[in-house]
Design a protein around this ligand. Sequence first.
Ligand code: HEC
Length: 111
Amino acid sequence: MPKRIATLLLCLLPAFAWADDQFELGKKKAAVCMTCHGEAGVSSIGIYPNLQGQKLEYMVATLKAYKRRQRQGGLALVMYEQADKLTEQDMQDVSYFFSQVSGKAASRASE
Ligand code: HEC
């Protein structure tokens, strides 16, 4: 299928279907993040922050700041390697997942 038509079809998908797809995609991409931040974004280790319910825009901005080495100090070093591996789209997807994974969604994360 020509790429332009595929893109058009993607745009025509109902917004909720797209959002749910992004949740699942973000969840897959976030597998590595979960080792430190917890499966549903609630960390079991005191020095790793919770991400569950965090603001999407804040997380994307933070990940970009780690990638550009603009956020420093504390344990920022730990996140440099993580952020380096992410494209801007990955940042959007994983942040969407962690921003949405709460309440009902939290149980989905452990399915
Ligand atoms: C090896 C453990 C580890 C892994 C893996 C990891 N993180 Fe982190 N993350 C941390 C630590 C530690 C911090 C606190 C860093 C600091 O002091 O700035 C942090 C901070 C963050 C923050 C900022 C939180 C805030 O409140 O400001 C975000 C967002 C984040 N991580 C997202 C991710 C994402 C997305 C992934 C997966 C791509 C990931 N992390 C993988 C350990 C980890």
